[in-house]
Design a protein around this ligand. Sequence first.
Ligand code: SAM
Length: 269
Amino acid sequence: MKPEPHILKGIISGIVPLPIKRFYWKNMRPKVFSGAFKNFSEIKDEHPWESEEWIELSRQKLQAIDNLSTEGKPLGGYLSLTAKLINKLSEKETVKVLDFAGGTGFVYFRIFPYLMAQSNVSWHVVDSAALIDIGRKHMTKSHRLSFSEVLPYAGDRFDIVFINTALQYMEDHRGLLKKLLSYHSKYFIFTRLLAGNIETHVTSEIIFKRKTPCRFLKIQDIISFFGNEGFDVLLSDHNREESLSWQYSKDIPSAMRIPYSMDIVFKRR
Ligand SMILES: C[S@@+](CC[C@H](N)C(=O)[O-])C[C@H]1O[C@@H](n2cnc3c(N)ncnc32)[C@H](O)[C@@H]1O
């Protein structure tokens, strides 16, 4: 009987010495980001978010949350940052969050057990039909979650706009941010934002063998953008949960690489 590929992978991983594994990770693993471009139009978009693999992974990530035991286990990283801020704001009043490009609502489901005032937090996800359908099916009566494929109408108000690792896929990211500003939010939370002390550029990212354009941002440009709109940086840090260093192909100059993404929160003055 032929072993399952993931079992075979586990066996191989168990017998290969660590230095060889390290060499593989550093030098031979397929790179995620390649090329430095100016515009999205220079890269073919193969729509990875519509792929069966991505949709299945998204479904499995939600199922995995159900099997997680959260008792006594603190949240870490960007999830903790997000939950802490929302807990502070929802202590005495209701808080409405707009999660742009939020997929299945993964972040909401993940932080839900850690929300101190669950009924004070309502969360709206904007993403594609296939992903929000998975999220809808995962909801229970206690969740205060809604979904749409398009942005809510401009007169709506949200206390927080939240974007987790998605701004980089927006061709007109400044135009999108202008639209999101129309919700009069007090806070913008960006987690795993691809930004740093680099010049803004576009690169080609591979997700499940499909290419998509992806923009790395000069962080100072984003800070100035929000500064001009009346926001200050409330907190900002490197997100050390995932190293990006090994993910660049040789054709990306080192001055254009960031070792980590960023978590950054803007607060209206
Ligand atoms: C890396 S995933 C992040 C998903 C989600 N924020 C999370 O934390 O699980 C990028 C997401 O951007 C979404 N996306 C890409 N272009 C979009 C657009 N124009 N409008 C809304 N969502 C979009 C994709 O469908 C995908 O769910």
